[in-house]
Design a protein around this ligand. Sequence first.
Ligand code: SF4
Length: 319
Amino acid sequence: MTNDLSPRQTWTRDEIRAVYELPLDQLFARALAVKAANWPDGAVQKSQLLSIKTGGCPEDCGYCSQSAKFDTGLKAEKLMPLDEVVETARRAKANGADRFCMGAAWRSLKERDLPKVAEMITAVKAEGLETCVTLGMLEDGQAEALKEAGLDYYNHNLDTSREYYGEVITTRTYEDRLETLGRCRKAGIKLCCGGILGMGETREDRIGLIHELSKLTPHPESVPVNKLVPIKGTPLAGSEEIDSVELARAIATCRIVFPQSWVRLSAGREKMTQEGQALCLLAGANSIFVGDRLLTTPLPGMDRDERLLESVGGSCAKC
Ligand code: SF4
């Protein structure tokens, strides 16, 4: 309990399990104490995510509509033109987003695409938004080029525990992911790194994921906690749904383990009740994705988001 208010990399898996499995009232009380001390204004950060290159991805992430390996009915598209990206970013800002994330369905960033993405980053930054991209794996020098273009955050999730990872994806390793995260850190880019729950993993895998994330030095500045959105045609489409209390438990644990990081209630909100989402915000989440879509899956939309934030008394991070 003594170290709850400052980030530390010394968490053991047993310690994280003990937190995760506290009686719910004690877990929430502890998470709320951390939140009150580190985030006294109760602000909720809003990000908007745009798919700048949809579908046709050679990777086999078992949850993803964009993998070319699964028949999900999604049509592959080319890289979006710069003006469309900037227009969407402007609208996002007008709707209250303060961070704009651009996602491309690539295994890794190709040298030929780097200048185009760099141009997008610079243009979005010039609109007064924080910038984030998720482009797959990075090679030496690419993170530096993205940073130079004005990149604030790189999103690259660990997805799940080390043990369960092979059930979800086979075309890139856990180590590959950690290497890309390391390259971003070396280039001075902030990290957005979390995982997806409800992919058929056990609670122990959820604890394992949080433990792996806790070892990153420093901790990711943003920790997205996604709830699987089952996509017909993907191998994980039939996974047992994770309930909102278990999701809130994972979020409260993240709040405690990552006291100074944004913890984002990320994908999967569309299918959750208002009460389930509110529970996750009460558990310590202080960031959400806004807009109509999250890459290729729907989001609840602005009106429902406003009602949600009003219901828990949260304001946007920049209001
Ligand atoms: S999650 Fe990303 S890397 Fe994996 S298949 Fe989907 S687009 Fe490709």
